[in-house]
Design a protein around this ligand. Structure first.
Ligand SMILES: [Mg+2]
Ligand SMILES: [Zn+2]
Length: 204
């Protein structure tokens, strides 16, 4: 019997990297330039544990800004590429990046080809199912890990297990979370805490 291929699929914003806050206006947005990348505490350690346990590592992220006219598709792609490089420097090999740049309503100056309903924007399962297919991974052995209920819902709908990063001390994220957290299969304040919950504590 062939062993199952498992993938740990991580959301980007609020999961691997921090959101971007404008100190003056209090506006909370997402990174759109490599210099805005701030890895969250213990994110790399948690991803590395999944990798060492035999999981392939992937990222699945909603980035509707090009549809809303906020910043370009190229900015999203450059930022994602820089993040994959940053993680590689720290020993985490991201094997697949799935991005939804659509938005149902769009916004002024948005790319019209990205506006409208799609099958990939989380909480829809498209990014997760695409990742499973691209990596030949088994849903039953795989996880979707994110910081919002949409990540949990998307994972569930794709048949993978779902974990929620939720640090109660970071309530500036609450507006982004927008809803009850659902019932993830695991949760914790950092990716390392989630890795420990899913894989068992690391050996001393
Ligand atoms: Mg997020
Ligand atoms: Zn989409």
């Amino acid at each position: 019997m062939t062993p199952m291929t498992s993938v740990a699929i991580f959301d980007r914003d609020g999961t691997i990297i921090d959101v971007v806050r404008d100190e003056e206006t209090g506006f909370v947005g997402v990174a759109f330039h490599p210099r805005q990348l701030r890895l969250l505490k213990d994110a790399v350690a948690g991803m590395r544990r999944f990798q060492e346990a035999g999981f392939k590592i992937a990222m699945a992220t909603n980035q509707p800004a090009p549809a809303k006219g906020q910043f370009s598709r190229a900015a999203v792609e450059a930022t994602n590429r820089a993040l994959v490089e940053l993680l590689a420097e720290q020993g985490v090999r991201v094997e697949h990046v799935a991005v939804c740049m659509h938005h149902p309503d769009g916004g002024e100056g948005g790319d019209p080809s990205l506006v409208g309903p799609c099958a990939c924007r989380k909480p829809k399962p498209g990014l997760v199912t695409d990742t499973l297919a691209a990596l030949g991974a088994d849903a039953a052995a795989s996880w979707m890990i994110g910081d919002s209920p949409g990540d949990v819902t998307a994972g569930r709908a794709a048949g993978v297990k779902a974990a929620l990063v939720f640090d109660t001390k970071r309530c500036e994220l609450c507006p982004l979370r927008g809803g009850a957290p659902g019932t993830p299969d695991a949760s914790g304040p950092t990716l390392l805490a989630i890795a420990n919950a899913v894989l068992g504590p690391s050996q001393p």
